[in-house]
Design a protein around this ligand. Structure first.
Ligand code: IPM
Ligand code: MG
Length: 356
């Protein structure tokens, strides 16, 4: 089969980790007789530098027509001036919003071989951590009205958390559907003791739970949820939450499973078009050194094969290859522990390719 993939390497370590993922996809193409066409596009800080805009029209247009988008990372200290009119992150929000990718799946899995890399005690980790964060991605405070104004001679700034019931329903439904495919437990995270938008969110979850009698549902406030995640992560199966809370909880979930360098993500909408990216950022401190962990991006391509191309065997092949490499003791610096072999970005990519 033929698939057109829009590739946005972006900034920092983005290009390095994307290169390895393309090697992996090409190997899959060879082995299973698929033809992956890659079209390279600019977005983020590099696009600001060369074209004056974080998200050139052409990039969004090509992404819309593609079968899937592979993204490395955007941003970096060079473009971090808080007063700047254009910021690399606008590219991400522009892509998410422009492609209507309202659902962000962030699976946080603790690989057995990486137990050592988790900061949590063995007694807490037990037989492993396996959580899927379902994050709303095109609404809430990320997309609400914001601005600055002078009130009574004092400068003030505001951002708005706003959700309509349709936006909540479509993401909560995915939360329930995801739970049905897993261990049938759904935790909805909100701040309903304070926020009106959270109270609406909670009522939607309650109402929809009637359609899913098999799913065990509970509600946690975000402060409690972030505590429970380190205290007893095994209580979680699927977490469904807003854009902002999902951003925070998914970073925390990644850390307890060893490294932010391991976590993939899929951003999905109504159709099969999806955007696939590691949840880590551009890591400017290690960019260009060839030491970044490419596994999160490689695992994101597995999600691409699964969710956009419906190629489950091929997706599993990549995931199994990653497990093998880890079990054989190969590690990038972020997940290195005693007695394992340190490898760089390219070697890690090669090791995965060899095991496919
Ligand atoms: C993420 C990132 C982005 C977000 C940033 C880079 C805008 O942290 O994908 O989690 O906040 O969504
Ligand atoms: Mg984040």
């Amino acid at each position: 089969m033929n698939f057109n993939i829009a590739v946005i390497p972006g900034d920092g370590i983005g290009p390095e980790v994307v290169d390895e993922s393309i090697k992996v996809l090409s190997k899959i193409g060879e082995k299973y007789n698929h033809n992956f066409e890659f079209e390279f596009l600019q977005a983020g800080g590099c696009a600001i530098d060369s074209l004056g805009t974080p998200l050139p029209d052409k990039t969004l247009e090509v992404c819309k027509k593609s079968d899937a988008v592979l993204l490395g990372a955007v941003g970096g200290p060079k473009w971090d001036d808080p007063n700047a009119k254009v910021r690399p992150e606008q590219a991400l929000l522009g892509l998410r919003g422009g492609l209507n990718l309202y659902c962000n799946l962030r699976p946080a899995l603790l690989y057995k071989a990486l137990k050592e890399a988790s900061p949590l005690k063995d007694t807490i980790i037990g037989d492993g951590i396996d959580i899927c964060v379902v994050r709303e991605l095109t609404g809430g405070i990320y997309f609400g009205e914001r601005g600055r104004e002078v009130v009574d001679g004092v400068v003030s700034a505001y951002d708005t958390e706003r959700y309509n019931i349709k936006e909540i329903e479509r993401i909560v439904r995915i939360g329930f559907d995801t739970a049905m495919k897993r261990n049938k437990k759904l935790t909805s995270v909100d701040k309903a003791n304070i926020l009106e938008s959270s109270r609406l969110w909670r009522s939607v979850v309650e109402e929809m739970s009637k359609d899913y009698p098999e799913v065990e549902v509970n509600h946690l406030y975000i402060d409690n949820a972030s505590m429970q995640l380190v205290k007893d992560p095994r209580q979680f199966d699927v977490i469904v939450t807003s854009n902002m809370f999902g951003d925070i909880l998914s970073d925390e979930a990644s850390m307890i499973t060893g490294s932010i360098g391991m976590l993939p993500s899929a951003s999905l909408g109504e159709g099969t078009l999806g955007m696939y990216e590691p949840i880590h950022g551009s890591a400017p401190d290690i960019a260009g050194k060839g030491i970044a962990n490419p596994l999160a991006t490689i695992l994101s391509t597995a999600m691409m094969l699964r969710y956009s191309f419906n190629l489950e065997d091929e997706a599993k092949d990549i995931e199994n290859a990653v497990v093998k490499v880890l079990e054989e003791g190969y590690r990038t610096g972020d997940i290195k522990s005693e007695g394992t072999t340190l490898v760089g970005t390219k070697e890690m990519g090669d090791l995965v390719v060899e095991r496919i």
